[in-house]
Each structure stands twice: as structure tokens, then as C-alpha cells.
Ligand binder design. Structure first.
Ligand code: MN
Length: 510
């Protein structure tokens, strides 16, 4: 069990019926208890599974699903049909359940006991057809869910369940997620904007505006001694040999004060993420009044992202929420994740790549070595000033990046497998960065992403596989377009056209 998920549980409900008599149900119950114990002891599942008994009638199904809905610890339900379980009895319960659902198609015994199997044994161990009956009612109801098929002790089966558990945990986290927008979208930018009402209805998170005057209320209360202590901490964690000049030291001090301000604001507002805007940083005459940030709070954004706060630059609240979800799902995994932006292209034939960076705000979780804390001039936005940032390059290796865009009638999740490659030194560009080739190659990968209307901002992870995003899109009930090694533009365009029809007409069936 992962400590981060210790307050969560997933319920396991076994379908049966009383046709075979009470003794059969007692056996089903015993097998289910043994299976759930084995799954929990596997060391593979990050969230505890709790066995909730057999469901043998419509009333029993409705009762357990109602309790699952009401229990805040329960983040999803796993169902399995040990015997045949006539699926009309699942209709009301499935209508009630809105939390994530996983249908496990497995069987208690691994192999057929060829020598001893009789009709009683076969009637008891008949998930082969019980799970098809159950699958039918989910299909008939157009009920979103994940189907996992395999023997319950197999690592591969358990790993599919583990992925879904992490996504279900992040989904639960998003239903209680508040994102603070410090400033609006960057003027005129389309792709990072969208319908915040629909986002809350569809993906759960809530987005609030925070005027900079509110930020200043927190800024004013920060004690100098606390800023000094944080600067000392920076000096102990990071290589600060570049910032020994006086103005550099002052910039670090200002960055520490910005971090303490944002942290106090986020904690007080019980928020899980925030956005910034380089034109909204406090008093215009900050050098006289001292009331405001000296530049965008780059170092603070980097360090808060590392702790799991969602972040989106230039008012990008969708990326802030998605980054928080990426970080939440990845807890306990080793690779790291970050908010990133497509910045500059490097044409190099089949090795053509995209430099991923931002003005400052890249998460140190993806760094390949200890970051350097540096101070340099940044001439963008309302302030043109020296400012602090962590500088590093990312690890090499495969990863997946994702974004959500608002298509007007639906949200579209765009996912791209990428390969991070080694970057050359960038002595005149002192910001954190990654360099990647989008799959299947730059031409098709970037082309498909652009055709799909994907953002220049995305949320990248070394840990999450496309399966996580499939599960997320299924739970959120949003469109997903996945660009991978098999993508070709002609099929991708057809998929987008088919999806257009589905979201106009197919939704009417639900
Ligand atoms: Mn940006």
C-alpha cells in the first residue's frame, strides 16, 4: 500500500444469485475473501481493496452501490461474477454508482480440475459466462468502466488494476480540487481558455479568481525572519555559486518571499493548484512601494509543483488541474512529472525534436541532476528584472505528455508518447528544459497534435503510460486522442471525424 493513498479504499463486490442454494453463496464468499486478501498481499496494488460481500439480488446490488457512493473513503468499485448473476438485477445499482467502476473478468481456480470436475463445480465456477452477462448490461447501459481480464494472481492482471486505482484516487482528489487563478488568461490566448462551468461538471475541479490585492494581503504578513530561513534552506539544498553578487542575493530573497506568500494563500484557501500571469504581479511601482513580486514567481512555481501543487502559466487553469492530477496519480513512482511548453524546434531529419521549457516554470522532479539556483534577467511581462530560477535538464528516456482542450461541445484529452533525448548545453538560456521527439516521429507526432488542436502547454510524466490516460478519459467521460508509434495522419483524421459524430449523436444514448 502506498502511504499517500492510505485513506482510500476500493470496494470489491462479487455477483452471485441464490439459484444454486445458500451453500454455493457461502463458497463464493469464501473464495472472494481469499482473493481480496491475496490481491492486498501482492504488494502491487497502491490502494487497499475491501471485500463487501456477495450481491444476490437487485436490492442487494442497489444497497451496496448506494453505500459505495456515500462513503468518502471509497474511490471506486471492482465487480466480479463468480457464478451467473442475472444482470437485470445490476441495473439500479449501476444507475446509482457514479464512482469509477472496474469489471474484473477472472476465476477463483486457475486451471480446470480435469479429473474431478462435476456439474456442481462447473455451476459454481462460471465467471466465463457470468462476466459476459454482466458485461452485456454495462454495454447496454453505456456505462463507463474499465474491463480487466486475467487470472487474479497474475502480476499483469494486478498491474492493470493498480493503474486504475491510481487514476481513481486522482479522480477522487479532483472532485475536491480548487484552482486559484492569480490574474486572467494571457490576453487573446484561445487554447488555454475554456468553459469553467463545464469543467467542474465534467472533471470535478473548481476554478476561482484571486485578485492580486488578495495576494498582497498575504504578502504583507510574511515575516522577514521566515524569508531568511527559507533562503538558508535554498542555500543548503541547491548549488547557489552563481548568485553571490548582491542583486542576485536580493532576487533570491524576493523569490523566497513570493514562495511563502503563495504557500500561505494556497493553504488558507485550501487550494490544490494555481495559475499566474506575467502582467499581474502587484503594484506597478513595486520598486518604490515594495508591494508585489519582482518578476513572475518562477522558483516558487517550480518548488510548489514539486510538492504536488497544480500549476499553469499565463492563466492556464486546465493545465494547473491536470498537472495536479498527474502528480497525484504518480505518488510513490520514481520518474517525475512537470508542466512543460513546446518552445523551439530542432530540425534534424528523423531525429527532429522539440525543446520543452518555459520562461522559468519547469518542475525539478524531472531533473537529471541536482538543479542549480541561478539569477538572471527576464525581460517579459510587466516587470523586466532579475529573477531566480532552478536550472537543469531532464532525464532521457520515454514518457507521455497530455493536455485537455475545450472543443466547445466536449473536452478533448490529447496524449502523445514522447522520447526524451539528450540536449546540448544552452549556456545563454539559463532555464530548465527537456528535449523530446514526439512519437511516431516529429512530422506525424507534431502534425497530429496540431490537427487535434492541442495546446503548447502540456503535463508530462516519465511514469504514466497511455493506460492511465485511457482510464482517466473513461472515468471523466471525455474524448481521448492518443498519438503513438502506430499513428498515421489519415487514420487520425478519420478518428477525429468519427468522434465528432459520436459527441453529437452518440451521447443521446446515455
Ligand atoms: Mn506558456
Amino acid at each position: 500500500m502506498i502511504k499517500a493513498f492510505e485513506n482510500f479504499e476500493v470496494w470489491f463486490v462479487t455477483g452471485a444469485q441464490l439459484l444454486y442454494g445458500g451453500d454455493a453463496v457461502v463458497q463464493v464468499d469464501g473464495h472472494s475473501t481469499e482473493m481480496v486478501a491475496g490481491m492486498n498481499e501482492s504488494g502491487i496494488l497502491p490502494v487497499k481493496v475491501v471485500y463487501k460481500g456477495t450481491a444476490n439480488s437487485s436490492a442487494e446490488v442497489l444497497d451496496v452501490m448506494s453505500r459505495a457512493e456515500a462513503d468518502p473513503k471509497c474511490i471506486g468499485v471492482i465487480t466480479w461474477m463468480h457464478t451467473f448473476s442475472p444482470a437485470k438485477m445490476w441495473i439500479h445499482g449501476m444507475q446509482k454508482l457514479r464512482k469509477p467502476l472496474l469489471h474484473l473478468h477472472t476465476q477463483f481456480n486457475e486451471e480446470i480440475p480435469w479429473e474431478t470436475m462435476d456439474m456442481d463445480f462447473m455451476n459454481l465456477n462460471q465467471s466465463a459466462h457470468g462476466d459476459r452477462e454482466f458485461g452485456h448490461i454495462l454495454a447496454r447501459m453505456r456505462k463507463n468502466h474499465k474491463t480487466v481480464v486475467g487470472y487474479w494472481k497474475d502480476k499483469k492482471t494486478l498491474e492493470h488494476i493498480a493503474v486504475w486505482q491510481r487514476v481513481a484516487a486522482a479522480w477522487a482528489d479532483a472532485q475536491d480540487m480548487r484552482i486559484l487563478r492569480i490574474g486572467d488568461q494571457m490576453n487573446n490566448v484561445a487554447v488555454t481558455d475554456g468553459d469553467k462551468v463545464e469543467a467542474e461538471m465534467r472533471m470535478g475541479y473548481h476554478v476561482d479568481y484571486v485578485p492580486f490585492s488578495t495576494v498582497l494581503e498575504y504578502f504583507k504578513k510574511i515575516e522577514d525572519s521566515d524569508v531568511d530561513a527559507l533562503v538558508a534552506k535554498y542555500n543548503s539544498i541547491y548549488d547557489t555559486s552563481q548568485v553571490l553578487f548582491d542583486d542576485g542575493k536580493q532576487s533570491i530573497w524576493n523569490a523566497a518571499k513570493a514562495e511563502l506568500t503563495l504557500r500561505a494563500l494556497l493553504v488558507d484557501k485550501k487550494a490544490k493548484g494555481f495559475t499566474t500571469n506575467f502582467d499581474d504581479l502587484g503594484d506597478v511601482d513595486v520598486k518604490v512601494s515594495g508591494m508585489g513580486f519582482d518578476q513572475i514567481p518562477g522558483l516558487a512555481s517550480q518548488r510548489l509543483m514539486q510538492e504536488g501543487y497544480g500549476f499553469g502559466a499565463e492563466g492556464d487553469w486546465k493545465s494547473a488541474a491536470l498537472y495536479r492530477t498527474v502528480w497525484f496519480m504518480s505518488q510513490g513512482l520514481e520518474g517525475g512529472c512537470s508542466f512543460l511548453e513546446d518552445y523551439t524546434l530542432n530540425f534534424d531529419g528523423e531525429r527532429s525534436s522539440i525543446l520543452q521549457a518555459h520562461m522559468l516554470e519547469v518542475c525539478p522532479l524531472i531533473a537529471d541532476a541536482k538543479p542549480k539556483l541561478e539569477v538572471h534577467y527576464l525581460g517579459i511581462g510587466i516587470r523586466k528584472a532579475l529573477t531566480a530560477r532552478l536550472v537543469f535538464t531532464s532525464k532521457v528516456g520515454p514518457g507521455v505528455t497530455a493536455t485537455v482542450v475545450d472543443m466547445g461541445n466536449r473536452f478533448r484529452l490529447v496524449v502523445n508518447d514522447v522520447e526524451c533525448i539528450k540536449s546540448k548545453p544552452l549556456p545563454k538560456l539559463p532555464v530548465a528544459s527537456a528535449l523530446w521527439i514526439p512519437m511516431p516521429n516529429f512530422e506525424v507526432g507534431a502534425g497530429a497534435w496540431i490537427l487535434a488542436g492541442g495546446t503548447h502547454h502540456s503535463c508530462f510524466s516519465y511514469d504514466l503510460t497511455p493506460e492511465y490516460w485511457e482510464d482517466y478519459a473513461e472515468i471523466a467521460d471525455i474524448e481521448m486522442l492518443h498519438i503513438d508509434k502506430n499513428t498515421n495522419i489519415a487514420d487520425f483524421k478519420k478518428e477525429m471525424k468519427m468522434n465528432e459524430v459520436y459527441y453529437l449523436l452518440g451521447k443521446a444514448l446515455k
